[in-house]
Design a protein around this ligand. Sequence first.
Ligand SMILES: Cc1cc2nc3c(=O)[nH]c(=O)nc-3n(C[C@H](O)[C@H](O)[C@H](O)COP(=O)(O)O)c2cc1C
Length: 366
Amino acid sequence: MTTYTKVLEPINMGGQQFKNRIFMAPLTRLRAIEPSDMPNILATEYYSQRAGAGLVIAEATQVSAQAKGYAGAPGLHNEEQMAAWKVIVDAVHAKGGKIVVQLWHTGLVSHNSLQPEGLAPISASAIKVGVRTSLRDGLGHPIRVDSTTPRAASIEEIQQVVADFAQATRYAKQAGFDGIEIHAAHGYLLHQFWAEHTNQRTDNYGGSCDNRARLMLEVIEACVKAWDKDHVGIRISPLGSFNNVDGGYNEEEAVWLIEQINKHGLMYLHLSEPDWAGGQPYSTEFRQKIRQAFDNSIIAAGGYTPEKAEKLISEGLIDAVAFGRDYIANPDLAQRIAKGAALNEQRPQSFYGGGAVGYIDYPFMD
Ligand SMILES: Cc1cc2nc3c(=O)[nH]c(=O)nc-3n(C[C@H](O)[C@H](O)[C@H](O)COP(=O)(O)O)c2cc1C
């Protein structure tokens, strides 16, 4: 039996202690109640079952009504939603867990039927990338549809996005979360501004690296101001194509972006690596450059095994690992890894939408 030591060690991030380095990755499950976009009652059980993780990163959550891109994704932009999240946070804390919430604006990965006044979703530019999103059919089951071609956000709308991230951060603090994670990965709004092919703006938000990174960096600044640097992390997906939004495979630009993020002293940098989605694995050289560019903790995710995490932590290239699909299927994943126990079989057909089945019914170890 393989035994792991590094992944089971506690870690300090932003002055908080986390009991191990096996984290639960953010996982959209599309089970929120509509039209209120509140997490449903089962979410309390689902998240608290997973409190053995060193950190639970709750699913991508809208910072505004406009930020919504998928039917069934929750929000955190009003008091009612904040109160619903507080119940979940309290349940995770009661079981000795820690939980942050991932905040997103989906930008062009949306559909006008989900948008306020039925408008087209915003993005950096009015560019169709041919991506699909998810609505609900008459029975509440998820159905895949083409996204609506976006419109370019006005300066006022950009400023509103920044304000919305700040307000959602305040709600997260009020709900008792242990921090927030800015979702700047996977081809959603912040990534759409960063990626050259979705950003053809000629104002201060387009063109140079500085300009394309501006929105992301303004959001970071606003979230830090709304709480503090020790409670703000960020997820990016350098090198790889997600949702047909391609950040490019330019390592130099990716490292430059991380250096800019680093200036804000955030709690952590969370890398979503492209291997699991058909991309090339990171080279050791690229990992070393990231390590040099970022001073605080680095979380890595994407097709990891405990062995791979153990190795990269030992080599000093990452500090913690986040598991996605394995955490869906194993509520006690960290405990299983500690014991070298076998994992449950995943049931991908219930990853998105539906109710308790495939959500809170995966068995614990005996
Ligand atoms: C069902 C599902 C939902 C996901 N939702 C999110 C999300 O809300 N935010 C995010 O950043 N990544 C999301 N991801 C990506 C995961 O966080 C993770 O990076 C990915 O599953 C690869 O890790 P794994 O190989 O351990 O599953 C999702 C992945 C899956 C399979």
